[in-house]
Unconditional design. Structure first.
Length: 187
């Protein structure tokens, strides 16, 4: 199966996926509950999000290394380039995330230093395993990118309600780059 045919198959599967729809519903419910979560609960969510965010460039690099054609490597490398700051490490998503959290009054160490929960560890292991094969890696990548904006929006709303900050640079970067991520990954 070609990469394009696989991407089309994945797109169709994800559009109809009950699990994806359950996740989006959960995120919407969580966003609506933001006002009732304690700062400690928000901190747990922020810390658990950090782990896949931190591993994502490694996943993308590994996916590039197992991709058999220059087209796929190019599309994935575009996403990696954006994740790493578009040539400026100060704009890398992980760095901007930690700065956004710090500006919101959370200690970077509380987020980056928090141990992953079991489910978070399994997610990272899933990324690692998926990146040993181009097709499974592309499936994982597409699945991530399709739900990334709802996840980022939920985390942004949690931070806004918890900190009162309106401008969140980490959320802004995703809003501007995510459409290109999905386009690159669906090629």
């Amino acid at each position: 199966m070609s990469t394009t045919a696989f991407a089309t198959s994945i797109t169709d599967s994800l559009s109809a996926s009950e699990r994806k729809n359950e996740l989006v519903t959960f995120l919407n419910d969580l966003k609506n509950e933001c006002g009732t979560l304690s700062t400690k609960q928000v901190l747990i969510i922020l810390a658990q999000w950090f782990h896949p965010l931190h591993y994502f460039p490694t996943f993308l690099s590994r996916l590039i290394s197992v991709s058999p054609d220059i087209e796929t490597q190019t599309y994935v490398s575009r996403i990696l380039w954006e994740e790493l700051g578009e040539g400026d490490p100060r704009r890398g998503h992980e760095k901007v995330y930690l700065e956004t959290i710090s500006d919101g009054g959370f200690a970077k160490e509380q987020v980056a230093g928090a141990p992953p929960l079991n489910a978070t560890s399994r997610l990272i292991e899933g990324y690692e395993q998926a990146s040993t094969n181009c097709l499974s890696g592309l499936g994982f990548l597409y699945g991530t990118e399709v739900v990334d904006l709802p996840m980022v929006a939920t985390i942004g709303e949690l931070m806004r309600r918890c900190t009162g900050k309106k401008d969140l640079p980490w959320v802004n970067i995703h809003v501007s780059q995510e459409p290109g991520h999905v386009d690159s990954d669906g090629q």
